[in-house]
Write a protein that binds this ligand. Sequence first.
Ligand SMILES: [Fe+2]
Length: 458
Amino acid sequence: MAKKKETVLIVDDEKDIRSLLWQKLKVEGYRCEEAESADDALHKMKTKPVDLVLLDIRMRGKSGVELLPEIRDSYPDTAVIMATVVTDMSTAIQCMRQGAYDYLSKPFNLDEVVFSVKRALEKRRLELENKDYQQHMEQKLKQQAKENRQLFLGAMQSLVFTVEARDSYTAGHSRRVTEIAVAIGKKLGLSDEELENLYWGSLLHDIGKVAVNPAIVNKPGKLTAAEYEHIMTHPAISASIMQPVVRNEEITQIIEHHHDRYDGGGLNQKVKGNDIPLLARIVSVADAYDAMTSTRPYRAALPREQALAEIVRETGKQFDPLIANVFLEMSEADVVPEKKKILIADDEPSVRLLLKSVLSSDYAVIEASDGQEAVEAIRKHKPALAVLDIFMPNEDGVQACYEIKADSATKDIPVIMLTAIDHDLNRKLLAEMGAEQYLTKPFKPRELLDVIAKLVKS
Ligand SMILES: [Fe+2]
């Protein structure tokens, strides 16, 4: 008896043969369906899943030989056994070459039919299991490769942030460029894969600046031709750093071409117009806008209107007109989403400065220098999260935390406590006060950002 009810479709233009096979296979525990012609068989297969087809080679109308390739194409997981008269063995063998599992000769020996059906279904089951295993493995390997890539890109991202954090002029630049570029990409209707590549390409576009002389990057005056040439080596350097490890053409192309001008007039530029990769043309607009609206060593930040006027002026010259126009139609809120507020309280100005440099590219930072000031600021601004030092004058962090958690208006604001001394008693005390997290100084910037991201989201 068959273990589970598998469906066998009996295709034969002779009713008596269909009935004979139907009765025998039914007794053996199979669910049976009948079809009197090739068209009837295809119709039945369309309406319900079939595990095996017992197919007569010679039928009126379309023959079994003609039907076999159609079944193999549309239902590759269905097993087919050909049935033929003894005189037509060569056709049966031909059918085996075309993917039939077996052939049976008429007149049927019914025990042989059952044996052949069982064997074909067993072979099919093993093939399906194998296929499933392979697909599963491929998926697992793909997922693993993706995770490895994310891990590596994340490490690169930390490197970019560290390089940018060396001076206040560039801090947060790559993250802002990424936000703008992805916002443009969404307006353009890019696919999820393109948006992900755009994200990483934007975030890492300036990674080659690690190799650029910081004195030139931060020069307060106009650059000489040689200095400009030196700075403009960074796209090629960035691409050569990333290319062997990212192994993703779209990401490296963004990095390599992000300073290309649409009119082809850039330094050492090899392509122009729409030959510049689309994602690089997007980053070009985002990069220029953020550079113009940020303070630089040689000039103050330009107001938004002035930066937009410059993009209008350079449309079709520096920038792709399509992308520039999409960007120009976007509102300020579209371009840079409003940042969540975070309160930081520490009596040490140097710690506040450090916290601010880590947090300000992602969040709007409010500062307080003691516990009392912190509680007042939290009541007034209702930040998304508070980071409190434990030891502060006037009122310490523990007391401030207690007051925040006791007040129904502020009790849901997550609190991270910072302390220089990692002590079990501190942890217990803070858990009782209701603080969500406890971090020891010196903290790792990445760890702090991760903890905050988690608490702010939840
Ligand atoms: Fe750049």
